[in-house]
Design a protein. Sequence first.
Length: 400
Amino acid sequence: MWQNIEAAPADSILGLTDAFKNDQNPQKVNLGVGVYKDEKSNTPILGVVKAAEKLLLEKESSKSYLPISGDPAYAREVQKLLFGASNEVVTSGRAVTVHAPGGTGALRVGGDLLKKFYPDAKVWISQPTWANHKGVFTTAGFGLSEYGYYDSESKSLDFKAMVTSLEAVPAGDIVLLHACCHNPSGVDLNAEQWREVAAIGKEKGWIPFLDFAYQGFGDGVDEDRCAVVEFAATGIDFLVASSFSKNFGLYNERVGALTVISPSAAEAGVAMSHLKATIRVIYSNPPAHGGLVVATILSDPDLHKLWLEELAAMRERIKAMRVALVEGLSKRGVSGDFSYITAQRGMFSFSGLSDDVVAWLRANKSIYVVGGGRINLAGLTSANIDYVCDAIAEILSSAS
């Protein structure tokens, strides 16, 4: 069956991890895949997750299917986290939430849902964006276009280009937006800019689809929901795909959610009926464990408080590594201003390293960086930061 078929290319990021695992260099460093690492280069299970799992183990009485949309308690807690418990969207009932298998699953469910009713629409993605966005939406049957976002010269947001692009998006097209901690650049909009983008969406009639995979990794849980709140205030239809892989460390549980926000509760009810029909033919029912862990933590005041503390510790460690990298390069006399790295948010940074430098780091130092120079700051630790800075300084000095 497969003898005349070429093998599919490896995923650009996960394939890098496979190469890293096979590397025998004891000093190897993985700055590629978007997974949080602690100071010992481990991806830990949060203490609050262990506590919630203990509670679930004690009270769990069945392994029966969840509803197609997932556990109702999970949906309620997701909405409170996304919007704030007192937000009008939550209290009015004009949002519906389904438990999806990870943020990627939420994006795909949303793509399939939208394709039913907007078959001729295009999906607009930022330039650049997470590589898998393209695969998810082209596989759902959409054509893609790009909107301006990142200025590679200034290493900052090109908001003027973004606005110009979004004002030209036709009504009925879909605009995919990174709610915070933009992947891969780490460059985000501020509150005023999000307000302007939301107003453009309302005026032009395109459909906002927010990818919200890193809530709490930017400035904090409340601060990071700014984009979602601004779109909610417009009263228009939009979608939010959210994930608990990063902020709960539940990577292998595949815990995500798709929330559809409508102008009224009645319309939201119609949306839910079609969400269920869409899910039924893809995976039928969501996995239970991870979602129940999240619902348990968010609904228990003591566990919720502990989660916020552990999340803050992860966020602050990443920020500290940003500073350490910039200061380390400066101390080694590397030419150029790398301070833009400290202004970026979340796990990722467009480091400014060229593909030639990226290839040299991998071949000569076993330092793995995604093409385009995107690095995962969580891969840096106090044990490897000097090695990484020395390597970057060596290649940049020889190149100059």
